[in-house]
Design a protein around this ligand. Structure first.
Ligand SMILES: Nc1ncnc2c1ncn2[C@@H]1O[C@H](COP(=O)(O)OP(=O)(O)OP(=O)(O)O)[C@@H](O)[C@H]1O
Ligand SMILES: [Mg+2]
Length: 443
């Protein structure tokens, strides 16, 4: 990135804005000025290619509020605050809220330049890193397969990118059908071992003796390598690790201990115990557990993913509709509430089933989503839950679904959607950006 970094200067006093701007421009920065915090907020995007210098005392929104707002949009954006001379409490508060640093009035120009240089360096690093990560996550088809934009899913994707780069063994935990196997594939695909073998063995699929041969040999066929060897340099996924008997646990431990670091064979162990309320820690011998759990991640249950339930349902039913050559069902507000509140003990796998059956029902023209959810439940009535889910989450999920449906019906015509939902263009644009909806996807 050789382009010069920007500095956004926010100050209600014109003279002050201009003198800071002139000084920094002389030092080689590309400056722009804003006369109020409100203007600055409108002008600064989350990937702003630069830093912010802001006065604290301003009419309307003050610098401290601006700092908080900016930090909530992009927590890594460096913001330098200008405080009154000797106003220690204000300076302390600014640092606490996450300011990069502060400058006292009247400011020393050299100190200003020095701070701006440090801040832009930090900013450049963040943006480079971010671009790299985006490339990785865009580049991997598997990351794209992981549908979901809820906070727990965003966190999961971050974890995959982080742990994918690391070299330690990984333990993946999570309820049945949450996507653990998919996550193991993604971990391999985004990391440095992507070009090497990915070998998956289910520990519950064989008796102890067969499993031993599959993992460590000797193999029946001379041409075949045992899984542990085959995955050398790559990733060995051990599903249902909780099913590993004492004998196999000991052999695996020895094999792991014999490896150098970084490990030749990276092990990704998947534990499927959460449904029973037991933990992986309680069934594996401790020395093996701690080797495998060097890095740990938990795939969240579907009921904690809020709005993802509706977007997953929409995507899946569209896929099935394509497959069966019919229309995807439109989800009513009431049905959306039922989907959001269902307990989903079978998680994503159960949702896939429900979506498929909903499409088939729709083709026949009979049946409701509620009855599908009921069929999956042991009780006569589906157990609905709002446990721990804030109202805001429901409302946002509805809103997203409505805009998504309407966009689809109007084949991406913004005017059509504005009309139907009685939304001004700007509000619609803002909401689409917020929910990650893109017009080009509907045309
Ligand atoms: N976030 C997601 N987006 C889209 N599809 C998903 C997602 N998570 C899981 N799936 C799909 O759901 C199904 C179940 O996922 P997966 O087999 O990875 O779950 P699992 O946790 O390994 O289940 P089990 O506990 O039975 O081994 C798969 O078809 C997978 O592709
Ligand atoms: Mg699995």
């Amino acid at each position: 990135m050789s382009k010069s970094m920007k500095v956004a200067i926010v100050d209600d006093e014109k003279d002050m804005r201009q003198s800071i701007s002139q000084w920094l421009a002389l030092s080689g920065f590309d400056t722009e000025t804003f006369a109020s915090a409100e203007d600055a907020l409108r002008g600064l995007s989350p990937d702003y290619p630069g830093i912010v210098v802001s006065d604290i005392k301003m009419p309307g929104m003050d610098g401290m509020q601006l700092l908080k707002k900016l930090k909530s949009v992009d927590s890594t954006l460096p913001v330098i605050m200008i405080t009154g001379h000797g106003d220690v409490p204000m300076a302390v508060e600014a640092m606490r809220v996450g300011a990069f640093d502060f400058l006292e009035k009247p400011f020393n120009p050299d100190r200003m330049t020095e701070l701006a240089k440090k801040a832009t360096q930090a900013r450049r690093l963040t943006l480079d890193n971010r671009a790299l990560r985006r490339e990785l996550s865009d580049g991997s088809a598997l990351m794209k397969k992981l549908i979901g934009a809820s906070q727990p899913m965003e966190q999961l994707k971050e974890d995959i990118l982080d742990l994918g780069q690391a070299d330690g063994h990984v333990l993946i935990e999570g309820e049945t059908g949450t996507g653990k196997t998919l996550v193991a594939h993604a971990l391999h695909a985004v990391g440095g071992r992507a070009s090497k073998k990915f070998v998956l063995i289910s520990c519950s699929a064989y008796d102890e003796e067969t499993l031993g041969r599959k993992l460590f040999g000797p193999m029946d066929d001379d041409g075949d390598l045992p899984a542990y060897e085959e995955a050398r340099g790559g990733t060995l996924v051990l599903e249902d690790i909780e099913a590993l008997g004492q004998g196999m646990q000991a052999r695996l431990l020895t094999a792991i201990n014999d490896q150098g670091t970084p490990a030749e064979t990276r092990i990704v162990a998947i534990c499927n115990l959460q449904d029973e309320g037991k933990t992986c820690e309680s069934v594996l011998r401790p020395d093996l557990f701690y080797r495998l759990a060097a890095l740990r991640m938990t795939v969240p249950p579907l009921r904690q993913r809020g709005e993802d339930i509706l977007s997953l349902f929409a995507r899946l039913s569209e896929q099935f509709a394509d497959e069966y050559g019919c229309d995807a069902p439109e989800v009513s507000a009431q049905e959306a509430a039922q989907l959001l509140q269902a307990p989903w003990p079978g998680n994503v796998r159960q949702l896939i089933n429900v979506a498929e059956r909903a499409v088939l029902q729709n083709r026949r023209g009979s049946g409701t989503i509620a009855s599908l959810l009921m069929a999956d439940s042991d009780e006569t009535r589906p157990t609905m839950t709002t446990e721990g889910k804030p109202l805001k989450e429901f409302v946002e999920a509805f809103e997203r679904m409505l805009i998504d449906n309407t966009m689809r019906r109007h084949k991406g015509s913004i005017v059509g959607v504005m009309d139907e939902l009685c939304l001004p263009r700007r509000t619609l644009n803002e909401k689409m950006a917020k929910y990650g909806l893109q017009r080009s996807d509907y045309i």
